[in-house]
Ligand binder design. Structure first.
Ligand SMILES: Nc1c(NC[C@H](O)[C@H](O)[C@H](O)CO)[nH]c(=O)[nH]c1=O
Ligand SMILES: CC(=O)[C@@H](O)COP(=O)(O)O
Length: 157
């Protein structure tokens, strides 16, 4: 049985991080966690490109543009969608998830879904470096794994 396992990425890869500024107290914490984890994985600052967008709904368009550009080898999309009084939350969550998933599956590079979708600000804070971890850190680990796995598959072709 041949198994493709997670390894450090070999070649100098560039990672794009597209971050929504809506709920920036939370999304900046996600960004910090992602950058810190990438640097712990030997990714230098020169290999990281950070792009800001207004809100979660704008992530998909810019992630696709960045994916198509050839500037990066993988992308982390970060956002924080927090439920309000109306059902607008449902639309923002659904369309953001669908858009990013489409870009990841059909686009040039893998995209990690680092968009929190929570019932409250407290829940979001817990997941941006609080007691429930940091979704940005998780996505940084994930993109490293994806780049390694994809490179290993390519080497078998
Ligand atoms: N309510 C949240 C939003 N709403 C804004 C949308 O994402 C979008 O920017 C607007 O509809 C204009 O197109 N965005 C978040 O990221 N988080 C929210 O909680
Ligand atoms: C997720 C949202 O769009 C939300 O913040 C909007 O708040 P509201 O439903 O109270 O208008």
């Amino acid at each position: 049985m041949q198994e493709i396992t997670t390894k450090q990425i070999k070649n100098a890869k560039k990672i794009g991080i597209v971050v929504a500024d809506f709920n920036s107290v939370v999304t900046n914490a996600l960004l910090k966690g992602a950058v810190q984890k990438l640097q712990e994985s030997s990714i230098t600052s020169d290999q990281i490109l950070v792009v800001h967008v207004p809100g979660a709904l704008e992530l998909s368009r810019i992630v696709k543009k960045l994916s198509d550009s050839g500037l990066v080898d993988g992308i982390i999309a970060l956002g924080a969608v927090i439920k309000g009084e109306t059902n607008h939350y449902d639309y923002v969550c659904k369309e953001t998830a669908a858009g990013l998933s489409q870009v990841s599956i059909q686009g040039r590079v893998p995209v990690m879904f680092g968009v929190l979708t929570t019932e409250s600000l407290a829940q979001a804070i817990d997941r941006a470096g609080g007691k429930s971890g940091n979704k940005g850190t998780e996505c940084a680990s994930g993109i490293i794994q994806m780049l390694s796995v994809e490179a290993q598959i390519d080497s078998l072709v």
